[in-house]
Design a protein around this ligand. Structure first.
Ligand SMILES: Cc1cc2nc3c(=O)[nH]c(=O)nc-3n(C[C@H](O)[C@H](O)[C@H](O)COP(=O)(O)O)c2cc1C
Length: 430
């Protein structure tokens, strides 16, 4: 139990750091308090996305909500997210908790009856995440048998409630119906999310995943066959082990893992910038297959094939390449922001261990997970054969551990176990 206010605050921050809250703001007078709720959640390190119901937008403006949340606010059933997935499915999938505050009599009634006639209610019915309601309404609305039935129905469905409190109401009356205060809602969110536990609890982990796409012109790019399966599995396993995980992902078909803050990028330069913005971290795991090169001068217009008889003698265009930043080497460089453990991947087509040992030395990272990618193996597969190279000490030859063939999810779990072991032995010797 925390025994001071500052300890309680630190505990709240530890529980909320990196957690993704989807806040539905419905149309009640208490909607203004949500601006403070967003601020408090963000101060504690949570990521807040907001949906405003049509009535909610009569009480607080999308601009205020967006400014405080630092995220686009969702107001429209037809809204699509950046990569064109239907928002009402994606928003729930990408949240750790859905909070409705204020929860109006209307939205409670719709939720209790499975009505999905706008973005907020469609998201609520599609979300399989813990849901917390902070009702706010006039006492007579709250005491109405219909509202009481709806509340009981929702509780039976597993929905949690905070408040309402007894006190002065906007209409000048007093009684039950006043929305719980912001600190109470924050505490309820922490309760519903549950304490983080696991061998990586309290650690911040950066994971990169997937390929990078380097534009040649608006329709063509340099890329590779990385599917992101291994990197995403590692991010999921770290989150499962209690870590606060930032996943920086190139273009992949993989869904964002639950409980993981996911930043999507395209190019190596964008990936490095997103990683650097995420520092400091305790552990960095670079599983992305970052393109070594990019087109030196990407064209604004599509490069045209010359028409018959028109400059055909010019032949095919040549592509000048520029070297991309080395993300693994950058993160491994000594300095105050260097993570305690930097782990890279090596995709090799031959001499796996010798090449991986050379990469370990050249990049300055602590471990390399090497795998063979000849004849299309590994990229896109569900399984992997890993050679783990670690550095026993300055100047010593790397130690090699050969893992049997296993699924990428199993590789991720085993990697987490190795990390947990090395960190706990570091802690013992410290
Ligand atoms: C000025 C005003 C204040 C309102 N305050 C509340 C409120 O505190 N709680 C509530 O349940 N409904 C309140 N309502 C009614 C809701 O705005 C109305 O039921 C609306 O349809 C709710 O839509 P929503 O649930 O999609 O946000 C209020 C209406 C007005 C005009």
């Amino acid at each position: 139990m925390p025994n001071s206010e500052s300890e309680a605050g630190a505990e709240t921050a530890a529980q909320l750091r990196g957690r993704r809250v989807l806040l539905v703001i419905a149309g009640g007078i208490a909607a203004y308090k949500c601006l403070d709720l967003i601020r408090r959640l963000r101060e504690n390190g949570a990521h807040v996305r907001c949906i405003l119901t049509r009535a909610g937008a009569e009480f607080v403006t999308p601009l205020s909500v967006e400014t405080l949340a630092r995220q686009a606010v969702y107001t429209d059933t037809l809204a699509l997210t950046e990569d064109s997935e239907i928002a009402h499915i994606r928003l729930g999938q990408e949240a750790d908790i859905v909070v409705v505050a204020p929860a109006t009599a209307d939205i409670m009634a719709k939720m209790a009856h499975g009505i999905a006639d706008d973005l907020a209610t469609s998201t609520l019915i599609a979300a399989d995440k813990p849901t917390l309601l902070a009702p706010a309404m006039n006492t007579r609305m709250w005491r109405h048998p219909a509202t009481e039935r709806n509340r009981a129905r929702l509780e039976a469905d597993g929905v949690s409630f905070v408040g309402p409190n007894d006190g002065p109401l906007a209409e000048g009356e007093s009684g039950p119906g006043r929305m719980a205060e912001v600190p109470e809602i924050v505490a309820a969110i922490v309760d519903v999310l549950g304490a983080r536990a696991g061998p990586l609890a309290g650690l911040r982990v950066l994971v990169t995943s997937g390929p990078t796409y380097e534009p040649i012109d608006p329709v063509r790019f340099l890329g590779n066959r990385s599917s992101g399966k291994q990197g995403h599995a590692i991010a999921a396993a770290c989150a499962e082990a209690g870590a606060d995980v930032l996943l920086v992902s190139g273009p992949t078909q993989q869904p964002a893992p639950a409980g993981v803050e996911t930043v999507r990028v395209e190019t190596a330069e964008e990936m490095l910038a997103a990683c650097e913005r995420g520092l400091p971290v305790d552990i960095a795991i670079c599983a992305a297959a970052v393109s070594d090169w990019r087109a030196a001068a990407p064209q604004d217009q599509k490069i045209k094939k010359p028409r018959r008889g028109e400059g055909q003698d010019r032949g095919a265009p040549t592509l000048d390449l520029a070297e991309n930043p080395d993300i693994l080497a950058t993160l491994s460089a000594r300095g105050p922001k260097r993570p305690r453990l930097v782990i890279g991947f090596a995709a090799e087509t031959e001499d796996v261990e010798a090449n991986a040992a050379a990469k370990l030395a050249a990049k300055g990272c602590d471990w390399i997970l090497a795998n063979r990618v000849a004849e299309g193996a590994v990229f896109g597969d569900d399984e992997n054969v890993i050679h783990l190279l670690t550095r026993p000490g300055e100047g010593a030859a790397p130690a090699v551990e050969r893992w049997p063939r296993m699924s990428k999810a199993e590789v991720a779990v085993r990697l987490v176990q190795c990390i947990a072991e090395v960190l706990s032995s570091d802690a013992e010797t410290a």
